[in-house]
Design a protein. Structure first.
Length: 133
């Protein structure tokens, strides 16, 4: 029901903002995909991303997950060393016609984005009665 369109290994992406050019590191969130009854569930790991900084978009059967980590430094402190990489997350999937695109749900808890993709009624298996003639 959900095929991955493109993966992006950790890479640097140049972005433009009002202050000039900026390089942002992009991560590919690890995902788990499960199927249950009439639904596919995608769990995407996006640690460090606030719920308001996650975007889920759907355009022409292309589902795009993005999230951005805001730089963090405790107030009044100066950073001496940083092993935690800041940047963003991006992952893209192509959805089949079997997904009811109007009923997709998204939620986030503890840095894990959960997407519920219900199966479209037309895609559900139907039993066809056989008559004796």
């Amino acid at each position: 029901m959900a095929l991955e369109l493109a993966t992006q290994d950790g890479r640097d992406v140049a972005t433009r903002n009002g202050a000039g050019d900026q390089v942002e590191h992009m991560f590919t969130p690890a995902v788990d995909i499960f199927e249950k009854d009439d639904m596919t569930v995608i769990l995407a790991d996006m640690p460090g991303v606030a719920p308001g900084d996650i975007d889920v978009t759907l355009e022409r059967q292309v589902l795009t997950l993005t999230g951005h980590i805001k730089p963090h430094a405790p107030e009044g402190y100066r950073r001496l060393s940083s092993e935690y990489r800041e940047g963003g997350y991006s992952r893209v999937f192509t959805l089949s016609d079997a997904v009811d695109q109007h009923k997709i749900k998204a939620s986030v808890k503890n840095g894990v984005l959960r997407l519920e993709l219900p199966r479209a009624a037309e895609a559900k298996p139907k039993k066809i009665a056989v008559k004796a003639v």
